[in-house]
Structures are given as structure tokens and as C-alpha cells.
Design a protein. Structure first.
Length: 308
């Protein structure tokens, strides 16, 4: 009955209306029969940008434009996100381990033999750092923006809205896959700056029907809270091994108005990496690069330019 009330028509994704904001060539890697989309712009030292939920490579568009004049910028869309394929759960499990395996496969596919710089956001923090702690010798520098690669700091709990979406399968499916409330809500909750109509469209355009919103839901459902959760063991491994990255130069840029990754998470990053360069913005939110592009881009440029 519910499914009859919601538009279940499988819709293709047409990004021509936002091509002036996202003027990049699409590249695809075959990953077990699935099309794994990524950007590969510019030449030079490789910089890999890893997005979270519910964004896609569009979120990094201004950073790609600014840095691709001097660096090789690689930005994948996770399976189920952006312009990558969006299979059902029988075809792809949408677990953290698979995300890390996908990233590893892409780096190997592109033969990135030179050390890479990671730029991570949201779930991209856990995905990117899972790769980094396993391959610290392959990492040149790391840029952290509003994300985590550890369990919630002591006293922190998952926000009630996310907890409900994680634990209530029927309601979550209706809210997230049916009405796209997670991606649409983020347009107003994740950014402190009022986003333009075009940017809002760009951020949500890949998630235009029930089928195409599966990853948005599965990311939330994969958040590990207890030892019973499938991804708990991998998160624990990352949490326990972050120290392996302590000698790698790190820049932390943080929006203090983040409703999930608040200043408690920033304090944990600073505690783990006391030598990191930190810039915190009191009037920016979770979508930091949307809120503060003119401030963030020069900081990252300078960080990449300076020798370790």
C-alpha cells in the first residue's frame, strides 16, 4: 500500500542542467559488473577526495576546479551514489568493508604508485582512513573535514533522528527511499549558508527515485553502534590503528555548527593528532565546503603546496 503511494518509477539521471557547475568528464571502472563512477581531472601529485552521505562528487566540485590546475584530482562516487550504479542489496551489500575495497580497487586500477593526499568528509572519513591505516606508506598528506574515523567520543550518542532511521526499517524506507527526507533535509540542516536552487538540485539530482536512494538509507543502517553490527569490527580496527598515521601531515578544517560531527569530534581529532594544522569556523556547518569555499580552498592549496 505504501509503495503504491510513492513514485517507484525507475528514473534515469540527467545532469545536463547542472553541467555548468559540474563540467567534468565522467570515468567508469568495472567493479564486479557494476559501474563505479569517478572524476580524474588534472595532472600532478594525486589527490583523492572521498565523499559521505548523502553527497557525491558534486560536493567537491569547487575544490576540483581549484586544485586540478596543479594536481591530479580523483573523486569516486560510492556505489549507489552520484553517477555510479545503484544495485539492489542482493547485488551489493552496502557495507563499510565493501566501500573500502572499492576505493582500494580504484587506486590500484589507476596505478597510483606515487603517494596520495586524501581529502575526506562525513562517511568518507571512515572509508578513507580505513584505507590509510592499512596503507600508511602510500599516504602523503590528509585533509580532514567534518567526519570521524573512530567511535563516538565518550558521552556522545547518535542523534535520535539517525537512530530511528537505523533501527526502524519500514519507517526508514518510507522516509529515506520514499520521500528522500535524508538528502532533502541535509540541504537545510547541513549548510548554514542558504544554498542556491541550482546547488540544491546538484546535490540531490542522483537521488531522484526510490531505487536511486538505496545507498542513502544503507549508509545510515550500517552505522555501527554495538558489537552486533556488521561493520563494528572494521571501525574498531580503524579506531585502534589511527596512531599509524601520526607522522603524516594533516590539515583539519571544521564547521562548528555541524549537527552530528560537532566540536566534541573535533576535540577527538585534535587529541589523536596534536600536530595537525586546525582551522575551525564558528558559522559553518556540516557542508563546510559549501559554506566556506573562499576560506577553505586557499587553506588546502597552501597545505598541499608546503613541503612536509
Amino acid at each position: 500500500m505504501v509503495k503504491q503511494m510513492i513514485n517507484l518509477i525507475d528514473k534515469s539521471i540527467n545532469i545536463s542542467s547542472i553541467s555548468h557547475l559540474y563540467p567534468f568528464k565522467s570515468n567508469f571502472m568495472d567493479k564486479n559488473g557494476l559501474k563505479y563512477h569517478f572524476l580524474d581531472e588534472g595532472k600532478g601529485s594525486p589527490v583523492v577526495m572521498i565523499h559521505g552521505n548523502p553527497t557525491w562528487s558534486f560536493y567537491f566540485r569547487n575544490l576540483v576546479k581549484a586544485l586540478s590546475t596543479k594536481y591530479r584530482i580523483i573523486v569516486p562516487d560510492h556505489i549507489g551514489c552520484g553517477l555510479s550504479d545503484k544495485p539492489d542489496i542482493k547485488t551489493y551489500d552496502y557495507r563499510l568493508k565493501s566501500r573500502v575495497n572499492d576505493l582500494t580497487s580504484l587506486i590500484e586500477h589507476l596505478k597510483l604508485n606515487e603517494k596520495i593526499t586524501l581529502v575526506v568528509h562525513d562517511w568518507g572519513g571512515m572509508i578513507g582512513m580505513a584505507y590509510a591505516v592499512k596503507n600508511p606508506d602510500k599516504i602523503r598528506k590528509i585533509v580532514i573535514t567534518n567526519s570521524a574515523a573512530f567511535f563516538p567520543p565518550e558521552g556522545k550518542h547518535l542523534p535520535l533522528s539517525l537512530k530511528i532511521l537505523k533501527n526502524s526499517k519500514i519507517f526508514a524506507a518510507i522516509a529515506v527511499q520514499g520521500f528522500n527526507l535524508f538528502a532533502l533535509g541535509a540541504l537545510y540542516m547541513a549548510s548554514k549558508k542558504r544554498l542556491t536552487k541550482e546547488v540544491k538540485k546538484g546535490l540531490t539530482i542522483p537521488y531522484n527515485c526510490w531505487k536511486n536512494r538505496i545507498a542513502t538509507l544503507k549508509f545510515v543502517q550500517d552505522i555501527p553502534l554495538t558489537k552486533k553490527d556488521i561493520s563494528y569490527k572494521l571501525v574498531k580496527n580503524v579506531d585502534s590503528n589511527l596512531y599509524r598515521l601520526s607522522l603524516i601531515p594533516m590539515l583539519i578544517c571544521w564547521g562548528e555548527k555541524d549537527f552530528v560531527f560537532d566540536n566534541t569530534y573535533l576535540a577527538e581529532w585534535k587529541n589523536r593528532f596534536p600536530n595537525a594544522i586546525v582551522h575551525s569556523f564558528s558559522d559553518a556547518g556540516h557542508y563546510l565546503i559549501e559554506d566556506m569555499p573562499d576560506e577553505i580552498i586557499p587553506l588546502i592549496k597552501n597545505f598541499l603546496k608546503n613541503k612536509p
